[in-house]
Design a binder for this molecule. Sequence first.
Ligand code: BYC
Length: 475
Amino acid sequence: MSRSTGADYTEKIPNNVDLHEDRRLQRALESWQPNFLSWWESMGPSLPTQDVYLRTAVNVGREGWAHFGHVAMRDYRWGIFLAERDPGRRIGFGQHKGEPAWQKVPGEYRSELRRLIVVQGDTEPASVEQQRNLGATAPSLYDLRNLFQVNVEEGRHLWAMVYLLQAYFGREGREEAEELLHRNSGSEDAPRILGAFNEETPDWLSFYMFTYFTDRDGKYQLGTLKESAFDPLSRTCEFMLKEEAHHMFVGTTGIDRVVERTAQLMAEHDTDEVAARGGIPLDMIQKYLNFHYSVSLDLFGGETSTNVANYYTAGLKGRWSEDRRRDDHKLTSESIMVDAVADDGQIGQTEVAALVGLNTDLRREYISDCESGVKRWNRILASAGLDQRLKLPHVAFNRKVGVFAGIEATPDGERLEAGEWARRKGQWLPTDVDKTHVRSLMQPVLERGKIAAWIAPPRNGINGKPFDYDYVHLA
Ligand code: BYC
């Protein structure tokens, strides 16, 4: 293990950033740590456990970066890891393209960079809060373990952003680090910053939808911050993306397994009405999908945005796969078609300068990735011999941010009158009856090797272990 990439586990805070060389920063982080732990105790997973079979990040090199073993969650080693530094790295886009990447924060971009890091940091603990009570209704020990894995890693991602704030933003950064523990998901007085992170995650179908659709926004946003000219942010996000892949795997395969079980029940009983048979009907799955997808589309901001144009030009936030784009990486004379509401009120598109359309560019990358999930779930339906299909709703459906915020549209993109929306929205979004049904199925199954009846078992266990492994020891 080379010294520059390996974690120093002799210290209180595992890290590969030579924390021991910076006493001031070390003290700041050590004084934040007890506040983090008391936040974790009061807002983190509420189900008491002895220990959980968890992955812990221990290195960032190519030889493998994670260790698996049973650990008490409170003793999880939340550490600070940045991907390896490329000393020759140059800025890949914007007005500083070609200049050496920044190792410090340039004064003129301080507040924008801080804002981006705070927004990113705010989502991490928010998701842990949203998922706090799910442990009590887990469909299996395997799923329970995956929930906790996601939770501890979101905790580590909070550490990652807090490190950047405390190391590079002085007193303001330290204050922001405290605020990240002070705001809470759904709080009246101090809510989380972005809309989707104040929604509830009250059941496991919502959890899988969240990890599929909302964590996937995380993948795309982290992908743009990985391009940042501010090298410590870039390296931090590069490493976070490794962990993020498992979170989306939990979502993708979770929805696979719900669809598989529903399809089995539909085929076996030759009916769509699987609720009475202990399953989640396909139209309810579609409504949950509609909800989580549309609130996740909001996370990309407005279709046009001067914020994103400024971020790009300054070099703070790039595009998805910036280095694979075949243009000048400055975009000062390019244009893009973005979704819009025309003067006659119809949903359509309009041409704008490419820089202000960058949220749309990223949202489109995200949407095409989401399509791949829908394809795989439809393959499951097809192989069960069923004709029904799931689909992504139109981009204008149920939006609260951007050009469609003031209008209502059907999942097919037809514009609706306000009264009509109120009357028909229960066809497209989960109703109280749907939520009550889904919640009624959420009875815990916490015996080794057993699984709830509304979901199919996974194909494989974790890290080569079987499905019936003792992934979690309950308290
Ligand atoms: N809710 O210019 P606009 C993750 C605000 S998820 C509330 O259109 P901009 C994770 C916006 O802040 C990834 N407010 O958009 C997933 C702005 O306010 P100010 C999280 C919203 O700025 C699962 C105003 O509206 N990371 O990691 O271009 C589990 C006008 O905004 C919303 C990031 O998002 C909203 N949905 O883009 C765990 C990356 N949308 O500045 C973790 C960092 C917009 O006028 N954030 N607003 O006061 C950003 O890049 C940008 O801030 C946004 C917005 C993409 C969020």
